[in-house]
Design a protein around this ligand. Structure first.
Ligand code: SF4
Length: 78
């Protein structure tokens, strides 16, 4: 059975609430992956820096302000 190369990009997990949260910041790495960072973690240790996705329930969720039309998007909530 063929084994996929280790460099193959895995599809991003669905972000759940983080994808629409004002406190999410997307952090790309040099390998082409993008991680979902929770900005609340800077001031409140109750929030993980990189929450396990998808986040289905979060007391700190705040809706992100609307973006202009045509802004595009991806599985991490861009
Ligand atoms: S506050 Fe909650 S929903 Fe918002 S980015 Fe952090 S973990 Fe995700």
């Amino acid at each position: 059975m063929p084994v996929p190369p280790r460099t193959a990009a895995r599809p991003a997990p669905p972000p759940g609430l983080c994808g629409g949260c004002a406190h999410q910041r997307l952090v790309p790495n040099t390998r082409g992956s993008v991680f979902s960072l929770c900005e609340r973690s800077r001031e409140d240790p109750a929030y993980p820096r990189y929450p396990s996705l998808p986040v289905l329930s979060c007391a700190g969720y705040e809706p992100r302000p609307e973006r202009s039309p045509g802004g595009g998007g991806d599985a991490l909530g861009l």
